[in-house]
Ligand binder design. Structure first.
Ligand SMILES: Nc1ncnc2c1ncn2[C@@H]1O[C@H](COP(=O)(O)OP(=O)(O)OP(=O)(O)O)[C@@H](O)[C@H]1O
Ligand SMILES: [Mg+2]
Length: 347
């Protein structure tokens, strides 16, 4: 069931739209992410949903109710801000308790709820600590508890992990996902990190220049990008301008690729893991002679940069080569690409 629906939402500053024609339906209990580059309008859309700003166009529904003109404090939507925005002069307990006091809940009820949510975020021993004495990850958890304690219908998280180091980020991704699972609270997480969106989301909306370009599951976004922006922003890809005639694509002089389908388009996209690298020529289609320019390993993966005529291909393989088979920089190799792995894009 759809819980939050945005219909034709638009917002302008100084007569310039920073988000336009946004249509989104977020289901109850879903972990949804907004993914897009800096400045594409992600925070603006969260502010519109939470009610801190009003749209110039369109309608927002929460359940059956039109909440477009409902004030922020009456929407029951929680928001964790990009910079956490904790109250510096209050300790951890007081920060989490704040919203319940405003709601005029009795002391004993407040205490029960604050303790429950501090426990949930693993901060039960931190009640008396000042916010300034907390690490980034701990502050992030206070901010989360402060929103969760209000038991919102929708939880909005604006790049909550961007200030954390890589290891803590991984840990918090798992914790956050577990907490969301446990509570079942409908959540929208904003990020410009495609790996984070792919790892965490049930569904993703990809934004660019104030528009929603595509929505889908992580696999739909990764395997069926609708255009070159999504193909390059979500995961890496080899993108080439192509002249497409029948079931063939010309990407350079004398370089034609066989395609598995006939479709109009101006570009082709091939994921680095869909290019095979071989020492010897084997009979077959889409085989191209190239030379290894660079090799990099991340441990699990081997990444090759290979030049073919004047084109550059990125190739990624699992790092399982025996020492005797190791391919070296400068070697000449053959690349082969299965036709069905080649995506045709219009724009
Ligand atoms: N109050 C405002 N007045 C004028 N312009 C604004 C205002 N708030 C946001 N903008 C502009 O709207 C655009 C979108 O901003 P927004 O904060 O939504 O981007 P974002 O996707 O959250 O970016 P980031 O990833 O950097 O946080 C930007 O160009 C920004 O400068
Ligand atoms: Mg932002």
């Amino acid at each position: 069931m759809d819980l939050l629906v945005l219909k034709n939402i638009g917002k302008a500053y100084d007569n310039q739209y920073v988000c336009k024609d946004i249509n989104l339906s977020i289901r109850e209990g879903e972990f949804f992410t907004f993914l897009g580059p800096s400045g594409c309008g992600k925070t603006t859309i969260l502010r519109l949903i939470s009610g801190f700003i009003n749209p110039d166009k369109g309608t927002i529904f929460l359940g059956e109710k039109d909440i477009t003109k409902v004030p922020a404090e009456k929407r029951n939507i929680g928001m964790v801000f990009q910079n956490y925005a904790l109250f510096p002069y209050m300790n951890v307990y007081e920060n989490v308790e704040y919203g319940l006091k405003i709601k005029k809940l009795q002391k004993s009820q407040r205490e029960k709820k604050v303790r429950k949510y501090l426990k949930l975020v693993n901060l039960e021993d931190y009640e008396k600590r000042k916010v300034s004495e907390l690490s980034g990850g701990e502050q992030q958890r206070v901010a989360l508890a402060r929103s969760l304690v209000m038991e919102p219908k929708v939880l909005l998280l604006d790049e909550p992990l961007s200030n954390l180091d890589a290891r803590l980020k991984d840990k918090m991704r798992i914790e956050l996902k577990e907490i969301q699972n446990k509570l079942g609270v409908t959540t929208i997480l904003v990020t410009h990190d495609q790996a984070e969106a792919l790892a965490m989301a049930d569904r993703i909306a990809v934004f660019n220049n104030g528009s929603c370009v595509q929505t889908g599951t992580p696999n739909e976004i990764y395997f069926k990008p609708v255009n070159t922006f999504v193909a390059t922003f979500v995961g890496e890809t080899n993108l080439f301008e192509a002249e497409i005639i029948d079931k063939k694509a010309k990407i350079a002089e004398d370089m034609w690729l066989n395609l598995s389908q006939q479709k109009e388009g101006k570009f082709i996209s091939i994921r680095p893991q869909d290019v095979q690298i071989k020492r010897e020529y084997e009979e077959g289609i889409n085989q191209f002679k190239g030379r290894i320019k660079k090799i990099k390993t991340s441990g699990v993966l081997l990444e090759y940069i290979v030049t073919v005529n004047n084109l550059i291909f990125k190739v990624v393989n699992l790092n399982t080569l025996e020492k005797s088979e190791e391919i070296m920089v400068g070697e000449s190799v053959y690349l082969s690409i299965e036709p069905k792995k080649i995506k045709i894009l219009q724009e």
